[in-house]
Design a protein around this ligand. Structure first.
Ligand SMILES: C[S@@+](CC[C@H](N)C(=O)[O-])C[C@H]1O[C@@H](n2cnc3c(N)ncnc32)[C@H](O)[C@@H]1O
Length: 251
């Protein structure tokens, strides 16, 4: 599938969601209330109560902030920040001396997250428009990179991980939550734009995903947790889609 076509389709889909259309990315409970989806993904009720409601869109596939061991004063970058859920959670962990930055290529998502930040008086967050394959972020400027159900949407995943490596300080880490596959997906699903924008068709096979992270330069690539999704999109996908949480370091 052509890279530009995929990105235009993804932008259109998430632009509509940012403006209030009801759907979800991960293949779970798309008809359920957003909070129920978020709780199932791995957020706690307490976490959800402490961030703006507008930032919770039920689009993730894990809770990377809970696993990233963020500390006061750190600078954290969220790839594909959407409505900002993980940026707002991270901002509480890094505190007033730290900063949480979100990057997203969909203008409507960035507008929504910025408006939420202003409305709720967040001072240590920033949302930037940009592609995660070409991050609008300085070299060696962040302590941690997080991402939640986004990299599967990017046609060139190695480029994304190389960019994450570039912007991390030495000793920095990535904590990525994403969907991967167990084995290959059926060809007709791989070709579907809808399945791509729904975070399925673009997902890499698990070992290939881990190798891509290593190829980008990361060390100590470790699966922190994983769980297989019950996918009702197609019986052929049963047992084939896994939500993976992976940590790795720039030594
Ligand atoms: C499934 S949503 C996840 C949003 C957020 N991480 C969350 O958990 O709620 C995917 C987001 O990634 C953004 N995105 C997809 N591909 C991107 C790319 N190549 N560069 C920047 N943003 C991208 C989309 O615009 C969308 O906001």
């Amino acid at each position: 599938m052509a890279e530009k076509e995929v990105k235009d389709f993804v932008k259109k889909r998430y632009g509509k969601l940012a403006k209030g259309a009801n759907s979800c990315c991960s293949p779970c409970d798309c008809g359920s209330p957003i909070d129920d989806v978020a709780l199932k993904i791995g957020y706690s009720r307490e976490e959800l109560n402490n961030i703006p409601e507008d930032s919770v869109m039920g689009l993730g596939c894990g809770n990377p902030v809970a696993l990233a061991s963020l500390k006061e004063g750190e600078i954290v970058l969220d790839l594909g920040s959407g409505g900002g859920i993980d940026v707002f959670l991270a901002s509480r962990k890094v505190g007033a001396c730290g900063k949480a930055i979100g990057v997203d290529m969909t203008q409507e998502m960035v507008d929504r997250a910025k408006a939420t930040a202003i409305q709720h008086g967040y001072k240590n967050v920033e949302f930037r428009l940009g592609e995660i394959e070409k991050l609008p972020v300085e070299n060696e400027s962040v302590d941690a990179v997080i991402s939640n159900c986004v990299i599967n949407l990017a046609p060139d995943k190695e480029k994304v991980f190389r960019e994450a490596y570039r912007v991390l300080k030495a000793g920095g880490r990535i904590m990525i939550s994403d969907l991967v596959t167990e084995g290959e997906l059926p060809a007709e699903i791989k070709k579907s734009f809808d399945a791509w924008a729904g975070c399925i068709a673009g997902a890499l096979e698990k070992n290939q995903y881990l190798d891509t992270i290593r190829t980008a330069g990361f060390d100590r690539v470790t699966i922190v947790s994983e769980s297989t999704y019950d996918v009702d999109v197609s019986p052929e996908l049963s047992g084939k889609i896994t939500s993976l949480q992976v940590m790795a370091y720039k030594e």
